[in-house]
Ligand binder design. Structure first.
Ligand SMILES: [Mn+2]
Length: 343
């Protein structure tokens, strides 16, 4: 275990001060031995429409400085239980897609061998393929929770093998994913062809459209479905911020009206703490099209929620682990330490 530098305390330094690492965590570029290593992936060579996701890691870190390790309905301070650091960014070629994918695969595989889990902030969605390759190398076939407006199981276009609509197609074809343990939620809008969803569905993937996310009981119904599909398999969670409606998340590469609310997305992630998460990514924030940083702020909050769910999954007392409401989480679960006022 590395020596953890003193964290920047919310009580000793205003949230807008100091260097903007993710949640102002310690910067440890070659992280070894941590529970979760946060990693930026500034790359958008796979973007098909609006470019700019390469600028997302910095924007997300900037907005994340407001966020604390505590939440009023989250129990202990995350960072009193988990050792989390910001491991900086992957250095990815902006000129060669193949080189970027290869570099990311090697770097993420190494990061996951050296630490228990990673939380990656993209970058465009093509980088989920290197992320899943890294998780597969350590854990074998993966369950996948994929929240997105698009299935991203589409074929190559314009002559290249990869783009931000292909990562889960190759993830399935390479055998990284157990298709029967994969669920996609929020799918909608304009797909390349009328039968585009035949590809994942034909392989056994559970596809939930945005229309199927409607109704007063939707979050509870879908969190239960996520648990049933993912089961005990090592779980890779991939959040494309465009799963959320452009009204809440305008800063993204391929916006699609009719999406989830921010609250619905955060509610669905509550399923993750009951499963076996091993790696996370939050992709497709596009700062040049953002307004007041609201999309980057949402991505930062999703990251914090995923850290909290990782804590629930791997540090919560499984004998009293709750099943549905977050209120029960706080009241029912026990954790090894109490909050000491860390950020
Ligand atoms: Mn996507």
């Amino acid at each position: 275990m590395n020596e953890v530098p003193e964290r920047v305390r919310a009580t000793s330094s205003p949230r807008y001060a100091q260097v903007a690492t993710y949640m102002r965590l310690p910067l440890v570029p070659k992280a070894v031995g941590y529970d979760v290593a946060v990693i930026g992936a500034p790359y958008d060579g796979g973007t098909s429409y609006r470019p700019g996701a390469r600028l997302a890691p910095r924007a997300i870190r900037h907005e994340s400085c407001l966020i604390h390790g505590t939440g009023i309905d989250r129990g202990p301070n995350i960072f009193d239980v988990l050792d989390v650091v910001d491991a900086g960014d992957l250095d990815l070629s902006p000129f060669s897609m193949e080189l970027a994918i290869e570099t990311a695969t090697q770097a993420l595989t190494e990061l996951l061998q050296d630490n228990d889990a990673f939380l990656m902030f993209g970058g465009d969605h093509s980088l989920s393929l290197p992320g899943m390759r890294a998780a597969y190398a350590k854990h074998g076939p993966l369950a996948v929770l994929h929240l997105d407006a698009h299935s991203d199981t589409f074929p190559p276009v314009y002559g290249g093998l990869h783009h931000h609509g292909t990562p889960f197609r190759w993830g399935l074809d390479e055998g990284l994913i157990d298709p029967h343990s994969m669920i996609q939620i929020g799918i909608r809008g304009h797909n390349p062809s009328p039968d585009s969803l035949d590809y994942p569905r034909g392989r056994g993937v559970t596809v939930v459209t945005a229309q199927e996310c409607e109704g007063p009981d939707a979050v509870e119904r879908l969190t239960q479905l996520i648990r049933e599909v993912a089961g005990d398999r090592p779980l890779y969670v991939s959040v494309d911020v465009d799963v959320v409606d452009p009204a809440f998340a305008p800063g993204t590469g391929t916006p699609a009206p009719g999406g989830l609310t921010s609250r619905e997305l955060l509610g669905l992630l509550n399923a993750v703490g009951d499963l076996n998460p091993v790696a996370f990514d939050v992709m497709e924030v596009c700062p040049p099209f953002d307004h007041s940083g609201i999309t980057a702020l949402l991505a930062a909050e999703v990251g914090a929620e995923l850290l909290y769910q990782y804590l629930r999954a791997h540090r919560g007392d499984s004998t009293v682990r709750p099943t549905f409401s977050r209120t029960n989480v706080t009241n029912g679960a026990t954790f090894p330490t109490e909050s000491k006022g860390k950020p």
